[in-house]
Write a protein that binds this ligand. Sequence first.
Ligand code: NAI
Length: 284
Amino acid sequence: MEIKQIGVIGAGQMGSGIAQVAAQAGYSVVMMDASDSQLDKGIERIQKNLDRSVEKGRISVEKKVEILERIGTTSKIEVVAADSDIVIEAIIENIKVKSEVFRELDVHCPSHTILASNTSSLPITEIAAVTKRPEKVIGMHFMNPVPVMKLVEVIRGLATSDDVFHTVHDLAVQMGKQPVEVQDFPGFVSNRVLMPMINEAIYTVYEGVATPEAVDQVMKLGMNHPMGPLTLADFIGLDTCLYIMETLYEGFADSKYRPCPLLRKYVKAGWLGRKSGRGFYVYE
Ligand code: NAI
């Protein structure tokens, strides 16, 4: 199936990144967000990234303008749905809110449109079940920051067709990424392995074993991780980390995935990491 237009729902850190790489790959993009200020911020983020690429000589000024011209914005889901061959959803990690968006997309999109979710951990099969096209629903899990990170986990729901899988696999390649196929289980592979490590790092702070700085240093200097787990948690967003831990905890019904109470406390306080200016660290 040929993809010409890509719809992106959510203009946050992930949605704006997905819109950018899609436009860079030559696709026409429509990005939607429920909040106008988030749409503005999303476009600003893309502009800054492209400016940096121009400064580094990776792209010309003309190319930058061309890429930006390929990205339209809207606050209406119907506008994204109208002509998109695939819609990639990147909104808040919450099954109820995502299901509602998929229900609406299913009503407004043409019958050939593929519906993909950038969810970090939620079941694709369950999201697909709210639509009348479960064979066209799939997980397309990009990593943060999208323009930099190579991996896309491509998640097959129970009903996802081979055609749709291959189309999305090839699309990821066209977008300059390396797709890896995984099956639909909580956290897929990336977050099933990563998030319990982050949660455990938070437990070590919670129990007074070490400061956040010390925990991050241990993992950087001792394990050669490019970024410590708490810096990474702040970068991902602590709300997203908590949602993922909840999904693992519920999905496997196993106490080893219990979210650390300190993580809950930070999220309740609105300390969401880098995006809110404060998490385990303070950001200007
Ligand atoms: P974010 O908080 O930066 O952005 C979410 C955006 O969705 C916001 O702009 C918000 O206004 C918008 N939104 C919320 N409900 C909406 C609705 N009903 N309709 C339209 N827009 C709506 O979050 P972020 O970090 O971009 O995460 C988005 C998704 O990507 C989540 O599912 C997350 O799990 C996943 N993800 C996040 C990664 C990360 O490192 N932050 C990495 C990979 C996946």
